[in-house]
Design a protein. Sequence first.
Length: 205
Amino acid sequence: MSFFTNLFHSRAKENWKSLADEIGADFVDGGIWKTDKVTFSYRNTKISLDTFSKGNGRSSKTYTRIICPYITKNRFTFEISSENTITYAAKYIGINDIEIGDAKFDAEIYLKSNQKKTLLKFLDPKYLQDKLLEAFEGTDLVLKINDDHPVFFLKKIPTKILWIQIENIGIESDIEILKQWFTLCKLILDRLIEIGEAEDVSPNI
């Protein structure tokens, strides 16, 4: 690991510690073999911040992510991302995204879901649309809910468990951006509970 990489990781670690202090969360030092983590208790679950890597066998990229497990009622899943070259290509080959009827939102945000009507209901509050536009502006951020659990050592996850996942490429060290992600995750969970798609009980994992 180069000097500059070490310096960057050290800065991120210190900022994550400061973030934990600011929001009343716990910082978990991963040491040499594991990644650092920030965990925040909210309602009856935990919101966690960490990093992970994925690649094609020849190279890999590191991502920063927020994850939050919850108990689903109807297995409503979705993915939200910024409009970009990939999403334009998806539209070109016939994979249409979902539109909510707001010109700015539909131009900047790409949506897909297994339950279109539920997604439209979920995104109905203007405050949530505004928060998403703010978080996604100028980024490659991806927000998704699915059962593709990101904790590799958990071999079996009950079908009633889904995950809120927010991720972006690179190691994010900006405290304000990370606070924004935590806030967005809380809003997502609140809204899922409000529309009856999530149970406000511990997922026990």
